[in-house]
Design a protein around this ligand. Structure first.
Ligand code: ADP
Ligand code: MG
Length: 680
């Protein structure tokens, strides 16, 4: 049999092109993907509930005997229905199968089966539609429940899973060397895969999980360590002149202690022949740009170029302006490269970069395009790190001979977590805001006070200021949510008809978003209605109010990021949280927002209240997505795999020994999963 990852799901018996499409929807393209499509939970077959007492509308398992079956009923073209009556000898239940002829016909009258699904109806008539069903005589005690998609039932998936598992033969090799497996008491991979899908006992399942989590975390550690090793190859960009006295003198303000410390950290790193790999973490407004400017200055005075990468065009332009201003007395030659420039402009900037006529170039992803070649790239700065994958960072680094890397992030992540997420980075924290920074006044109100809040907004617009209003969704979904589009219309036509109202949301084209954001920057829009797309780093000092609708829908860290959009100028700024939520958790969150503006305190609270999902669940950190390991709870295995990874790479840095081939492939596979985090 050829390797599972080369075997497309479509060619598995019983799949075909149509079902293959459904599989693609859930991210399963190959047999390998299928094997690693893990159950979300398991049904314990040994404790079915009596039909009479199962809760309605909640998935549960019942065991019952088939007593009658209807023939196939065609309800409309392409849609057929089967009804099967079952009983647990106390209560009857009518089961309906849609388009599952094969399955319905397989059920035998007089035989007992387990059915898993939602019971609906009332006490007189109970029904279940398209449940998962299983022959009770089978030896399994726990049945897998998979996350599914319309048209792909649990039964179908289980059958396919069984057939793939039964085809695993002796050519299926375990990627872990035997010695390692034994040393840490881990089961065989084949056993783990069979068991994760069809466990025979809780104990077996725990063995299987441990093995699969170990594999995933080991791959993660190996991959991160390799990235780190590669980043730590010697660089020629040794910056021996780190004197910043003149630079400091030229500034319109004096740097805060925290800024100085971060700059010193960076300067010390860059003096070495091992490239800097540093994360500068600081709350919105803490002045990270200055740290970047200082690092670029150091590079320049040692004869090296710097590249500064931002996630959007607007941010690139904003950085271009603020860096040009911070560095105006330095004599540095600074350029901008973004996707929307004309071909001729791009050509010219690209030429200047390659001929060494620019000391610092600021840009978007355009900077990592192959055409761009630096004459002497010594430093790479990336802003808002969570928008870039680990691999994009290393791609940009590949443009030079192991340049220094400085990464800036405003996502306030507690230090312990940062060490895992940014495992390959050293961290400087800017834990001090520039002096005189005004405190943003924050209020939580319910919707009965909305009109008063609008009046407050108008008063400030009349004084020449601007406001943001944030809603959770683009289009009307659940009725209680303010949809940004409808909301904007209402404001434009009714409540703010005498003002300029603009709209910004994630479904707009990037160029369109940029246009609206620019109009807002230039004061052509008074009230900007937006989804959370304005979250990242845009600076509009004239905007003084951030009004957030359905504030309970946002996580704390997100609320904090949003609030950071105002208070960037000299005007007193306000954040108004509108919510009718009554539950304690939501009220607690809004209360914290009103009480503190300290991003780290907020992050700690968020982590306690919501768990790490917010940090690890979304692709905030640019790490590959994990399928089974849990960064918060699997700490023992995180530490263990770190040790194992270090040991392996000390012997075999490129994982090129034959016995490490499986590990090499496993690591590659993990880092290619998200598409943006490959290792090469
Ligand atoms: P961040 O990127 O960390 O959110 P910025 O670098 O954009 O913050 O700085 C926010 C604002 O504070 C800018 O207008 C900047 O000029 C100003 N600023 C930065 N450092 C200082 C300082 N030490 N003293 C006074 N103002 C400062
Ligand atoms: Mg910034």
């Amino acid at each position: 049999m050829k390797p599972l990852q080369d075997y497309e799901i479509q060619y598995l018996k019983g799949v075909g092109p149509k079902r293959a499409e459904l599989y693609h929807k859930i991210g399963v393209h190959t047999l390998y993907d299928l094997l690693y499509y893990f159950p979300r939970s398991y049904i314990d077959v040994t404790s079915p509930a009596p039909i009479a007492s199962v809760p309605l509308d909640t998935p549960c398992a019942v065991v019952a005997t088939v007593i009658a079956k209807s023939g196939e009923q065609r309800i409309r073209k392409g849609m057929s229905l089967y009804k099967v009556k079952v009983t647990d000898y106390t209560t009857e239940l009518v089961i309906t199968f849609f388009n599952q002829k094969y399955l319905a016909e397989k059920l035998e009258i007089g035989r007992q089966y387990l059915f898993y699904g939602k019971v609906t109806g009332n006490f007189l008539k109970r029904e279940m539609s398209s449940p998962l069903c299983e022959d009770i005589s089978s030896t399994e005690h726990m049945l897998p429940v998979y996350p599914l998609t319309e048209g792909l039932t649990g039964n179908i998936l289980k059958n396919h899973m069984r057939s793939v598992l039964s085809e695993l033969d002796d050519t299926f090799t375990d990627p872990l060397p035997d010695s390692l497996r034994k040393e840490y008491g881990l089961c065989h991979l084949r056993f783990a895969l069979e068991t994760i899908h069809f466990p025979k006992s809780e104990y077996d399942l725990s063995l299987a999980r441990r093995r699969l989590i170990f594999d995933e975390l080991l791959s993660l550690q190996l991959g991160l360590a390799q990235l780190k090793q590669r980043a730590r190859k010697q660089t020629k960009a040794i910056m021996s002149n780190t004197n910043l006295a003149r630079f400091y003198q030229s500034l319109p303000f004096s740097p805060t202690g925290a800024q100085r410390r971060a700059i010193e950290d960076a300067a010390r790193d860059m003096e070495h022949d091992i490239p800097m790999n540093r994360l500068v973490q600081g709350d919105v407004g803490s002045g990270k740009t200055l740290v970047a400017a200082a690092a670029c200055m150091i590079a320049c005075q040692n004869g090296w170029q710097s590249a500064f990468m931002a996630p959007t065009e607007i941010l690139a332009e904003q950085h271009f302006r603020s860096l040009s201003s911070l560095l105006k007395d330095s004599g540095m030659r600074i350029g901008l490269l973004t996707g929307s420039m004309t071909a001729a402009q791009k050509r010219e900037v690209t030429r200047q970069i390659s001929e060494g006529e620019l000391d610092l170039v600021i840009g978007t992803h355009a900077l990592i395009q192959e055409k761009v070649q630096f004459s002497a790239l010594g430093l790479v700065v990336t802003d808002e790190q969570h928008r870039f994958g680990v691999q994009q960072r290393s791609m940009l680094a590949g443009k030079g001979e192991h340049p220094h890397m400085l990464v800036m992030s405003a996502t306030p992540i507690p230090r312990t977590l940062a060490l895992i997420i940014y495992g390959d980075l050293d961290v400087s924290v800017i834990d001090e805001l520039p002096p005189g920074r005004q405190v943003i006044h924050t209020y939580a109100i319910d919707s009965s006070k909305r009109m008063r809040a609008f009046g407050f907004v108008k008063k400030h617009i009349d004084e020449g200021r601007q406001a943001y209003i944030v809603c959770p969704l683009v289009e009307q979904g659940e009725s209680d949510l303010k949809s940004a589009t409808q909301y904007e219309r209402l404001l434009r036509e009714k409540y703010f008809s005498e003002y300029h109202v603009g709209l910004l949301h994630g479904k707009m084209k990037a160029s369109e978003k940029d246009r609206v954001m620019r109009a807002f920057q230039h004061g052509e829009i008074d009230v900007l209605v937006s989804t959370t797309v304005i979250e990242v780093g845009v600076d509009v000092p004239n905007a003084v109010i951030m009004l957030i609708e359905n504030a309970e829908r946002f996580g704390l860290s997100q609320l904090h990021q949003l609030r950071g959009r105002v208070g960037r100028g000299s005007f007193q700024s306000y954040c108004i949280l509108v919510s009718d939520a009554k539950n304690q958790e939501a009220l607690g969150r809004l209360g914290i927002m009103c009480k503190t503006t300290d991003g780290f305190a907020i992050a700690e609270f968020d982590l306690k209240q919501r768990g790490p999902g917010d940090f690890f669940g979304h692709k905030q950190h640019g790490l590959p997505e994990l399928k089974i390991a849990d960064m918060m709870n699997d700490t023992e295995l995180i530490h263990l795999t770190k040790t194992v990874s270090e040991r392996l790479l000390a012997q075999d840095p490129e994982l090129s020994f034959p016995e490490h081939h499986g590990l090499y492939e496993m690591t590659q596979r993990l880092f290619s999963r998200t598409g943006d985090a490959g290792l090469n």
